[in-house]
Design a protein around this ligand. Structure first.
Ligand code: HEM
Ligand code: HEM
Length: 187
């Protein structure tokens, strides 16, 4: 029995209604990433210094998040939210049947989305960098692959935000606010 349960058992103070789920690094990472992604996307057409700086900053954030996924606190760790395709599909079936459970950390579909976003953003960054190298300078195909990855990422972001909104309504909680404050309802 935890200290909190003991306290309740003893008729003492009630446990806090909300607990810390997202650590500061995850929150700063998230909103910096969203801002930089918008910046990189909107400056892609002329691909000046701003575009390249935003692109490299995103690549840096990806590296940081990957390391944090192994050494960060519980809810930031890949081990706590990356699930097998079978588990993700089972979760999505439960969503369709309106009986998906609530997760304190990322749900299995959210976990799959995070992996997809990280991979797609890394690929966008790598192909962007390739265009600046002698070997691929002016290579049309690299430019097209880069643009395709960027557009596919936009598609993922649309589903990401829809998923966040859907989950917020399904469990009557404001997940966007939680990504700002770091706190979520206990149960
Ligand atoms: C205004 C738009 C956005 C909103 C409202 C939003 C909201 C959120 C929320 C609420 C979460 C936590 C999900 C959960 O509770 O399980 C989250 C996670 C995440 N979002 Fe977004 N997001 C937005 C844009 C973006 C963009 C543009 C990207 C990337 C290009 C992105 C990438 C991610 C990633 C990687 C995570 C996982 C966070 C982590 O564990 O490090 N988001 N987002
Ligand atoms: C993940 C972050 C990035 C996103 C979302 C992104 C997005 C885009 C988009 C949408 C375009 C427009 C393609 C077109 O309309 O022709 C573009 C072009 C370009 N990007 Fe990125 N980019 C990113 C990272 C980078 C990086 C890191 C570099 C270089 C180090 C880079 C270099 C370029 C260049 C040189 C072009 C111009 C291609 C041309 O000649 O039209 N990008 N990018």
């Amino acid at each position: 029995m935890s200290t909190v349960d003991n306290t309740i058992g003893a008729g003492g103070v009630t446990p806090p209604a909300a607990i810390k789920v997202w650590d500061p690094l995850v929150r700063v990472f998230h909103w910096s990433l969203a801002t930089l992604f918008l910046t990189a996307y909107l400056t892609g057409e002329d691909a000046g210094q701003m575009h390249i700086a935003a692109g490299y900053a995103i690549a840096g954030l990806m590296a940081l998040r990957i390391v944090w996924g192994f050494v960060g606190p519980r809810h930031a760790r890949f081990g706590s939210f990356v699930r097998s395709p079978r588990q993700v599909l089972a979760y999505l079936r439960d969503v369709a049947l309106r009986r998906a459970p609530r997760y304190l950390g990322h749900n299995p579909a959210g976990g799959a989305m995070i992996v997809a976003l990280l991979v797609m953003l890394l690929e966008t960054g790598i192909t962007g960098y390739m265009m600046t190298t002698d070997a691929f300078w002016g290579a049309k195909w690299v430019e097209e692959v880069h643009e395709t990855f960027a557009n596919l990422t936009v598609g993922l972001v649309v589903f990401h935000v829809l998923g966040v909104l859907f989950s917020s309504f399904a469990h009557a909680e404001n997940l966007v606010k939680s990504m700002i404050t770091g706190r979520k309802r206990r149960s």
